[in-house]
Design a protein around this ligand. Sequence first.
Ligand code: SAH
Length: 516
Amino acid sequence: MEYRKYQKNDIVTVTIEDIGNDGEGIGKVDGYTLFVKDAVIGDTVEARITKCKKNYGYARMEKVLSPSSFRVEPKCRFHRQCGGCQLQAMSYERQLVYKQDKVRNNLLRIGGFSIEQIDAVIEPIVGMDEPWHYRNKAQYPVGYDKKGNLITGFYAGRTHDIISNTDCVLGAPENKDILEAILYYMQENHVTAYRENEGTGLVRHVLIRTGFQSGEIMVCLVLNGKKLPEEERLIEKLTGLEAKWKDRKEAAEGEVRGDTDVYRRVVSISVSINTEKTNVIMGKEIRLLWGKDRIQDTLGGITFAISPLSFYQVNPVQTEKLYGLALDHAGLTGKETVWDLYCGIGTISLYMARKAKQVYGVEIIPEAIEDAKENARTNRIDNVQFFVGKAEEVLPAFYEGGTDGKAAGALDEQMRHPDVIVVDPPRKGCDERCLETMLAMKPGRIVYVSCDSATLARDLKVLCAGGYELKRVRAVDQFGHSGHVETVCQLVRKDGMRRKINYREEEILDCGCIYG
Ligand code: SAH
């Protein structure tokens, strides 16, 4: 089909009929498909074309001509510039419908499941009760505005231009106070911000993590260098010890703050050294300046220690719901052996361990495994063992009998044929070798927790072709106002009721534990 020729900067009127992968609106002009940033499904907008391809193009919304019934007033005035909230102009209820549809469509198009199959297993998405200020972690770039003023905030979408904004509606409200203290310290002590293009300047990013249950706050400054000048001045400001700074702040706010004294909650201040020219935010070396090297938080009654480098789910309220579902899907009775692949600091492993006989966790980052071990000790959970390495290497090493002494020594039928395997991989999904080994291990159940439903669907296809049936699928909204969605799935082995265990030549009558 020949389309009318459009060009960059053409202004068109378009009605938005669908939503794209990143939350952008999709509509057609004379049959030509346009992806329109910031337009909401149901809107008719005036849009400026930004890029033309043969069969489709990209455009930016200029003006809403007729608003969608799903359009709402966004809370943040920077939402169009900032790369964080693609869906803020859409009602939260409609966002949830969009996410549910996204999972369904990926299962259909990429996973190859039929509509009937999907309808039989998919449950309604678990939304958030309060979709604001839900994030417990934020990383703010530090730099200069066009006039050369020191600023911190967020990168404008797909660029490295910093928008000055210390008051993000997704982050913890107290981040603002912390960022102000840091900027004040930097100005007072002539500390420079990093200039990415030149690779000069010192402070690159500020990482702030908050334990929502414990109230503890961790601050880590990422440096293009080893040391901050006058480090003690920073500590005094961040911990509220410097009277002058507090007086000034309280005077500026016209009132004395009560228990909102954020600075008393700061329990950990560190620097991360990152002198590389890279987009990776954190440097590997962390030096503690003051307080504890980790903060604590509690999920489902289990206490976790979190260090600056370890992965920890960013939305603790929804994470409890997500892990609750994962536990439910695992169907544990206390007799089972479980592998938890991509285990991070052992959150899911410890959840499972309370209901299983034995859990084995695998994670690529050594520091996270150190945290996981400490978390197990602190919570007095001793039926869990953790291994550092790639899931696609550690799992086959145990299954095949191990190439190194460690694996061979620990070789155990229990490990080779677990009852349940849980996976929670990063966006790229599971490695093929990992999936193959999972199939060879023949667990009765697989619980797949995913943050990208496209790779999830791809992997489910492999697992279902390898003898598993998809029984349950449920999306959980962990990231309100962004296009991302988390999903948890249960797969059950088709011959799970009569599993043949080679080494004992024994048939069992349920897919529970064979050793109990
Ligand atoms: N289950 C954890 C972490 C999930 S995030 C939780 O809920 O908190 C995914 C984790 O996989 C990260 O900790 C990441 O470091 C780890 N990872 C990434 N690639 C990996 C691989 N090939 N093998 C094992 N772990 C990996």
